[in-house]
Design a protein. Structure first.
Length: 116
């Protein structure tokens, strides 16, 4: 199983980015998928998650600005980020949690830097 995150970069405050997480290994359709982030000196936190059925939940800090989605045909998850703020600066990690099991997988992270 591999999770490959991409799409990070440097953007000005108010700008947008779209992150992608491509999953190989045959687990995508049976996994709850999530985006987490970790800022320097802070703990990793959940940003957004999407169930196998498409139910989503978001951290309060990103509600209304970020949208998580998944494409089961492409084994890929996305995070559309808009109205970015400097406090969104972090390494963003994708996560796959296989339902009805203890299997939990992480991608390598992609850096998002928002300048003021």
């Amino acid at each position: 199983v591999q999770l490959q995150a991409s799409g990070g970069g440097l953007v000005q405050a108010g700008g947008s980015l779209r992150l992608s997480c491509a999953v190989s290994g045959g687990i995508f359709s049976i996994s709850r998928m999530g985006w987490y982030r970790q800022a320097p000196g802070k703990q990793r936190e959940l940003v957004a998650a999407i169930s196998t059925g498409g139910t989503t939940n978001y951290a309060d800090s990103v509600k209304g600005r970020f949208t998580i989605s998944r494409d089961n045909a492409k084994n890929t998850m996305y995070l559309q980020m808009s109205s970015l703020k400097p406090e969104d600066t972090a390494v963003y990690y994708c996560n796959a949690m296989v339902i009805l099991s203890d299997a939990n997988f992480w991608g390598q992270g992609t850096l998002v830097t928002v300048s003021s």
